[in-house]
Design a protein around this ligand. Structure first.
Ligand SMILES: [Zn+2]
Length: 238
């Protein structure tokens, strides 16, 4: 965790201090070594949120694009379980930055728990994911959207298939990568997967910063080729 409560105030970890977990109230210890990001760990028990995954640089960099008061928001479910949203926006949308593998069942539980939420997925966890994803786009037909997009089978590549069946927007983050399209920059792109009926997915490259801005201030997500994607205004769905 990035934050714990110290003397009643939410704070980041610094060497030698102890705090209280904002989720479960148990003692936490600041871990400030050289190898891992500075973080808080529970002193005695396991992490209170079973959905929590160890934070990577990738997680921390994404979280830090949003105000600190939106980061690591704790929720207690009806059954008493604690869950920590990576980011929760002013509109109440949870943003989950997903690096580790996740089962379909766990994905479904989190989508149900948070209601309005989106996934931002690290596309570079497995080196083998990028090439098949890129290859799948080559022969795919264009989708009928206002931005450049493709319509694919939801089994067109392994990373698409792993995220199929969900009902919330998924943005794949492959970092800086050359997709060998003259109109597509090699930096600042996310790949928006919008799963549609009959086993298909609309794949739309979008400006990464426009996704951040969308959740910061409700501006439209921008694709390429044409100015604005109308259906990109993602609304909470319950
Ligand atoms: Zn805890």
């Amino acid at each position: 965790m990035k934050f714990a409560i110290v003397d009643g105030i939410r704070q980041e970890a610094t060497t030698g201090i102890r705090g209280i977990c904002p989720g479960c109230g148990s003692p936490t210890l600041a871990k400030c070594g050289l190898k891992r990001l500075h973080h808080w760990a529970h002193v005695s028990t396991a992490v209170c949120d079973r959905w929590w995954e160890p934070e990577t640089e990738w997680h921390r960099a994404w979280k830090n694009l949003f105000p600190t008061e939106w980061q690591e928001i704790h929720h207690r479910a009806a059954d008493g379980e604690v869950h920590i949203a990576d980011v929760k926006t002013a509109n109440g949308t949870a943003i989950e930055f997903q690096h580790s593998p996740i089962t379909g069942q766990e994905k479904g539980s989190r989508e149900a728990f948070y209601g309005s939420m989106v996934w931002i997925v690290n596309g570079n966890r497995l080196k083998r994911d990028l090439s098949p994803f890129r290859d799948a786009l080559i022969d795919a037909p264009s989708a009928e959207t206002e931005a450049r997009a493709w319509l694919l089978s939801d089994r067109a590549s392994a990373i698409i298939e792993r995220w199929r069946g969900g009902s919330r927007p998924v943005f794949l983050d492959f970092g800086d990568v050359d997709f060998t399209s003259s109109w597509l920059p090699s930096t600042g792109v996310l790949w928006w997967l919008n799963f549609v009926p009959r086993g298909r997915v609309v794949v739309t490259p979008v400006h990464r910063q426009s996704v951040v801005d969308h959740y910061l201030s409700d501006t439209p997500i921008r694709g390429f080729g044409r100015p604005i994607i109308k259906q990109a205004r993602i609304r909470p769905r319950f």
